[in-house]
Design a protein around this ligand. Structure first.
Ligand code: LIP
Length: 265
């Protein structure tokens, strides 16, 4: 780890996320209808996803031209660097199009295999979640922590199927988890679902087949807020692991066994 920390990169990510957020806010407020720019009708891509992504990639390349970038719509720009920016320019596109305010910009920085910076900005909510490895997790500049709830019966769980569009496993997860907890919620933005765990609004987020750009910033945020992140086998996250539990740590082991029972029954 660099001795002076990762603040320079975090500050840059905040600056870009806010600019991208303001672009999205203009789109969200406009009355013009928004069409799908993708040739695949199952994959919704609006011009705001593309404009936000261009703004973010241009800003990263201007300041750090030698870094790699992995972004939802553009894919992987490989410069053989140890640094990789992981970008979702509009997480929650369906919400955005339906005038639902739960959408966000998510930017993370990976150094070798470790996520070292995470920034999630929800422009309508005006919620800016920021984190840097070893320095804690923050919402609008105030430190946040995962919840203290230890009892699964007193837990709220957020969950979604990620890109697992067959949804068989999410239905099983709902059947297995829902009767044991207060409630299960689905927000439509994986980044914000992670941020809810980090800020103690939910005890855990259970997700199948999630893409790195949806979750990378949220993973560091939850860990820095005192939580725990593993795959369904209890292994640490890496770029290839996409079935994940992000939790307050206290209910993690029990949730792992509930998830595995639900999927294997
Ligand atoms: C979306 C997520 C959503 C998840 C979808 C999708 P997008 O991100 O955050 O919660 O269920 O699979 O990945 O595509 O709007 O950036």
């Amino acid at each position: 780890m660099k001795e002076y920390g990762w603040s320079e990169y975090k500050d840059h990510a905040i600056e870009i996320a806010k600019k991208a957020g303001s672009l999205l806010l203009d789109g969200f407020s406009s009355t013009t209808s928004i069409s799908n720019q993708s040739s695949d009708p199952r994959h919704l891509v609006t011009r705001f996803d593309l404009e936000s992504e261009k703004l973010i990639i241009d800003a990263i390349r201007k300041k750090y031209p030698e870094h790699n970038i992995l972004s939802e719509e553009t894919g992987y720009i490989d410069n053989k660097s140890h640094y990789t920016w992981i970008v979702d320019p509009l997480d929650g596109t369906r919400n955005f199009v339906s005038k639902n305010l739960f959408f966000s910009v998510s930017i993370a920085l990976l150094y070798k295999r470790d996520i070292v910076v995470g920034v999630i900005y929800a422009p309508v909510l005006d919620e800016l979640y920021t984190t840097e490895k070893g320095k804690g997790a923050f919402l609008n500049g105030h430190r946040v922590s995962v919840s203290e709830v230890k009892d699964i019966k007193k837990s709220f769980i957020v969950s979604c199927e990620g890109s697992d569009k067959r949804i068989t496993r999410s239905v099983r997860l709902f059947q297995g988890i829902r009767p044991l907890v207060i409630d299960m919620r689905k927000l439509g933005s994986a980044a914000l679902e992670s941020a809810w765990v980090a800020s103690g609004r939910a005890e855990a987020y259970v997700v199948t087949k999630i893409n790195p750009w949806d979750i990378a910033a949220g993973i560091l945020l939850v860990e820095e807020a005192g939580g725990r992140v593993t795959d369904f086998r209890g292994k640490k996250w890496n770029l290839k692991r996409s079935d994940l539990i992000l939790s307050n740590g206290k209910i993690h082991d029990l949730l792992l066994s509930i998830v595995n029972r639900a999927l294997n029954e």
